[in-house]
Design a protein around this ligand. Sequence first.
Ligand SMILES: Cc1ncc(C[n+]2csc(CCOP(=O)(O)OP(=O)(O)O)c2C)c(N)n1
Ligand SMILES: [Mg+2]
Length: 372
Amino acid sequence: MVSRNTMTKTGRATNKASDSSNVDSGHQDNKDLLLSFYEEMVFIRHFELKASEMYQKAKIGGYCHLNLGEEATVVGLMRATQKQDYLFTTYREHGYAISKGSDPGRVMAELFGKADGVSHGWGGSMHLFDKETHLMGGYGIVGGQIPPATGAALAISYKNTPSTDSPIVVCIMGDGTTNIGAFHESLNIAAVWKLPIVYVIVNNFLGMGTSVDMASGEPELYKRGASYKIESIRINGEDPLEVYNTSLRMFRIAREEHRPLLIEAMSHRLKGHSVVDPAKYRSTEEMKEAEQHDPIPMLEKKLIGLSYLKESDITSIVAKAKERVSSAVAFAEQSPNPDIRQLFANVYSKKLPNDFYRLPGEPLFDEHSFSK
Ligand SMILES: Cc1ncc(C[n+]2csc(CCOP(=O)(O)OP(=O)(O)O)c2C)c(N)n1
Ligand SMILES: [Mg+2]
């Protein structure tokens, strides 16, 4: 396996002998596609800004991590999926859920912990789950999504033969996750069993406050695929078209050949690790650099340069995004709280004597018991 690594921070590199992705781009760089990427990225940006605001107003509890700066990666990846594909991801997943097809109102309702949320209010920001769109979570445990995602790919390989419409698994994780044992175990077994899964590392250079360089012996994370003979590529995660074209190609290989692949998408985290993190560990220069890599103004500039977009279009796209976000908030506001009596409904497969009246040590199935 020839390893070529001539890239800058956000450039492109692969761990295979030839990289045909520039030729095999799948879609043309056309106006409609770019504009639709832009609109969706702007929507996700405003959804996340509103989530931050709502968190500070205590409408959202628990932890809350945002996709700010990651919008191009989110949209490029999700647009390349097919409806039947399964998505396993991290706690930084609002944009992925929306882009995979979950209703933004139901996502906001979940953040609010309301009954109409995608996880019926029991999951919150980190645990979005949507059976209809095949979003299998939202995981708060770093690396927790990787073994079940790999297991889902095993199930797919049992049930489907490789074909143009075979489902695949897309498993998203951060750079910090690649030092977890489950990452290595899963990649190994996926290679041995030839599973239809694409692992995606979203490298934002930071795991909370720790830089990739400080945490990883090999900071070019896509190279880890080589240990397991998994075809891997590092791409610019700030260009939605590059993410989309590469994902289409990698997803197609997983679909039609049933084998694992790995994408490392380079992006920048524009704010703290979570909404409450002031990110004091980042210098002003580092913050400025991150801002220069904001994918939305970058795409705006490109679209204006191509005469695909005018200033007045931007104003109306932003206004439309804000209106949709306001509707999502209104939906979340009016949704009821979950019924406390359902607290244990999805915890155990069998009926158990847990109920909302019981305190530790009380007898089972007493007169207050809801489970009787
Ligand atoms: C097993 C485990 N260890 C530690 C944590 C605490 N923790 C939450 S997020 C995080 C950093 C993860 O960084 P990365 O994978 O790069 O994802 P990012 O937040 O940058 O998207 C850590 C250490 C956790 N949630 N789970
Ligand atoms: Mg990270």
